[in-house]
Design a binder for this molecule. Structure first.
Ligand code: ACO
Length: 362
């Protein structure tokens, strides 16, 4: 029995393969190197969805723009109490307003939802009016525009690279949650809501905000080692490091580091902060090697997610929502794949509680 299901194969998938020893990620036969920085998010979404819907639209790309416009109307449900919630909770609540279903229209609304709702909620929180989607734009460029952030090709390319990089990643916790719900035939909205809930935790998609908190707290490169040692002494985990599957560097970290490069060269990203981050990364890896000698703890995707999304102007409390904007295509494709097996996911637990007699005596 494996607590945490570490080595358990719970599904067969044609969607993605995570090679934790070689540090390789493949999505539907295409390597991450081949996709990140080369394909746009819509193309990768279409790749992941291919064959999973009976009546697929003629162009997934065009249909996604229309879906952004369609879900925009749900923002009118965003009352002040909802807007005051953490962006991930508010975004999830609005996503729950989408009618459940299993068809391509529901899938497209769900891909549009984290993008449209997060951008709109951030504006509403600032007392500004949400910016309606422009269906003629690419998904990444429109997200930046709706969020009121710089949306030139340089930034749109960087966000596209991010969304593609995180679009799918094997049976991670949120994708597994999506498949479990899909296996009960509950519908795609239910699957995606479960996945968003799993994603928000700090051990999964909630890590990049705390990565920036760590950079802020350390402040100077020469403070790094003492700060990191003290964090480990307290029993804290260093955010942005370690992974359940990778025993080498997470290949997504390098894809995102490359995406950050043009923003730094162009002066759109803070070079001093990037230099500090690099020094902290090196100090953290060194400290983890010494403190956890039996374990290979390397940089994961969240470290460079934090730097990239910060450079694009996203607020740190929306980072997990931006992760959802990318991963949602994977959640949906996995939900469809799971449903197609017709098999309910229902593992067993081993009872370690008191025997009947003992419980009655208490
Ligand atoms: N900092 C300090 N110690 C760590 C870290 C870390 N980031 N990661 C793992 N460890 C330690 C554990 O405490 C444990 O130590 P112990 O045996 O002395 O108790 C040991 O390393 C074992 O680690 P694993 O079994 O590899 O860890 P696990 O698979 O349970 O956890 C996880 C993986 C949750 C990602 C972990 O590395 C972690 O908490 N990282 C920080 C949070 C983070 O960056 N999450 C994002 C992951 S990427 C993603 O979800 C998109």
């Amino acid at each position: 029995m494996t607590i945490g299901l570490d080595d358990v194969i719970a599904a067969e998938t044609v969607l993605s393969d995570v090679d934790g020893l070689q540090g390789r990620l493949v999505m539907r036969g295409r390597s991450l190197d081949d996709l990140a920085g080369h394909a746009d998010y819509e193309a990768v979404m279409a790749l992941l969805f291919d064959g999973f819907f009976e009546r697929a639209p003629a162009s997934w790309q065009a249909a996604l723009g229309a879906a952004r416009r369609e879900v925009f109307e749900h923002l009118s449900f965003a009352d002040p109490a909802l807007v005051a919630q953490e962006p991930i909770d508010a975004m999830r609540a609005l996503t729950a307003r989408i009618a459940d279903g299993d068809g391509p229209a529901t899938a497209l609304r769900l891909v549009a939802a984290p993008a449209v709702f997060t951008a709109g909620l951030v504006r509403l929180r600032k007392g500004l009016r949400p910016i309606p989607p422009d269906a003629s734009l690419g998904h990444a460029a429109d997200i930046l525009r709706m969020a009121g952030l710089p949306a030139e090709p340089l930034q749109a390319r960087a966000l596209d690279t991010y969304l593609v990089t995180v679009a799918d990643h094997g049976l991670n916790a949120s994708t597994f949650a999506s498949r479990v719900v899909a296996s009960t035939r509950a519908g795609l909205v239910s699957s995606v809501l479960a996945a968003i809930s799993a994603l928000k935790g700090p051990l999964h998609g909630g890590a990049p905000g705390p990565v920036l908190d760590m950079l802020d707290a350390i402040e100077r490169a020469d403070h790094a080692r003492a700060w990191l040692e003290a964090a480990l002494d307290r029993g804290d985990r260093l955010m942005g490091f370690g992974h359940r599957v990778y025993r080498v560097r997470d290949p997504r970290a390098d894809a995102l580091k490359s995406a950050l490069g043009p923003l730094l060269q162009d002066g759109r990203a803070d070079r001093e902060r990037a230099a500090l981050a690099q020094a902290i990364e090196a100090a953290a890896l060194d400290t983890l090697r010494r403190r956890k000698p039996g374990r290979t703890l390397e940089t994961n995707v969240e470290f460079y997610t934090a730097l990239l999304l910060d450079a694009l102007g996203f607020q740190r409390d929306t980072f997990t929502c931006v992760f959802a904007m990318g991963r949602v295509a994977g959640w949906i494709a996995h939900a469809r794949e799971q449903a197609s097996t017709g098999r309910l996911i229902r593992p067993q637990s081993r009872y370690v509680g008191p025997p009947v007699g003992e419980a009655q005596e208490r």
